[in-house]
Design a protein around this ligand. Structure first.
Ligand SMILES: [Zn+2]
Length: 238
């Protein structure tokens, strides 16, 4: 009887694992019925920056100070080596977890809606485009999936046909820092400037590190005639 009980229990457990085999993207423990992408423990322990809180601290804009006028900048989470966020971003970028990008950006979007008045006038959300060879290889651009989550939560449209990345074949190896910067600066272009004219644009990416990529996108958008550029990222390096 005991053997039969153990057998049934094992079959039931195997069956449940078959039905719900999804591991947490932060710690690999199996997710419960009400958990999505992250277990409750990982979600509670997410290192949120709180950068969007009012009164808005303009020190966040230091990365862009004196170069490009950015209206508002905030990142959801702190990215640290070996931490949950690094694991999460890796899954989003390289392990096809694009829906996790949308879901988690949605969590952030709801917070922003409740806790920040800075984004009330945003007209359109645009993800930083991927190099097309990388997009082809990966099959998706994670920034577009982050944009989709924010779009739904903030009820603002998102567009993927405005900003594009120009292919550049020049090697970076023999260039000094300034030349490399110039090289990065030249790789984005706005396809349909009339679609963003006088609009408040929100630019979105996965991780903010030096800000060079985001800044070169912002410059193109501003030159194309948009009213303002704000930047949101899922994570920021400390
Ligand atoms: Zn977890």
């Amino acid at each position: 009887m005991n053997a039969m009980f153990r057998f049934i229990k094992r079959i039931t457990s195997d069956f449940l694992n078959l039905l719900y085999p999804t591991p947490c993207l932060g710690c690999d423990s199996l997710l419960g019925d009400n958990e999505k992408f992250l277990c409750t423990t990982c979600r509670i322990n997410l290192p949120e920056t709180g950068q969007h809180f009012e009164p808005y601290d303009r020190n966040h804009l230091n990365k862009f100070a004196g170069k490009t006028p950015i209206q508002f900048l905030a990142s959801y989470l702190y990215f640290t080596k070996g931490g949950i966020v690094q694991k999460l971003i890796h899954s989003i970028k390289y392990k096809d977890q694009k829906e996790a990008a949308t879901e988690i950006a949605g969590w952030y979007g709801h917070q922003l809606k409740l806790e920040s008045g800075q984004l009330n006038d945003i007209d359109v959300i645009i993800g930083v485009p991927l190099h097309s060879s990388r997009a082809l290889q990966r099959g998706y651009n994670q920034a577009d999936f982050i944009a989709a989550g924010l779009s739904k939560a903030l009820n603002v449209i998102t567009r993927t046909d405005i900003l594009r990345r120009i292919e550049f074949k020049q090697s970076q190896t023999n260039k000094n820092r300034l030349e490399r910067w110039e090289n990065v600066k030249s790789v984005f272009a706005v396809s349909k400037p009339e679609m963003i004219k006088d609009l408040n644009v929100m630019l979105v990416d996965d991780v903010l590190t030096t800000g060079a990529t985001l800044e070169s996108c912002a410059v193109e958008l501003i030159n194309a005639g948009c009213k303002s550029v704000s930047i949101l990222t899922l994570a920021v390096t400390k």
